[in-house]
Write a protein that binds this ligand. Sequence first.
Ligand code: MN
Length: 159
Amino acid sequence: MLTESMEDYLEIIYRLSESKGYVKAVDIAEYLSVQASSVTRMIQKLDEAGFVKYEKYRNISLTPIGKRYGCFLVWRDNVLKQFFRTLDAGAGVDEQVEGIEHYITPHTMSLISGLLNYFKAHPERLEELRATRNDSDYPLCEDLGRLRAWEFRHNRDDA
Ligand code: MN
């Protein structure tokens, strides 16, 4: 089974292979802000699990199953971010998605994707939803300042 970290690596490997056509450990290290040695260790794990092919001093390539999973992981990330933004989640969308993406089933993902498509086809329904929203609900959360998510909402510039 893939760990959260393996999923994150596989996602970035897929992104890099799609955008640049090749994947180097140094690019992954830069993208994830981690040491090259951590990247090497993780790439070896993914190789053993059959998701990538790795030979020292060579580019990293995805196996067919690695491609299939990578494609799903990128899609999952994009759909969840779009979903949160459609809900006007505000600050911390990327951080929230980074965590929850690993605990959501493909079935639930397809339901969320369906909802997004519905709102795309019927933008007036999304406007109706927004009009019914009560912004005064939010300050009720003031007592929950010790939650991790509080950081995402309040200590960032992109709020
Ligand atoms: Mn993640």
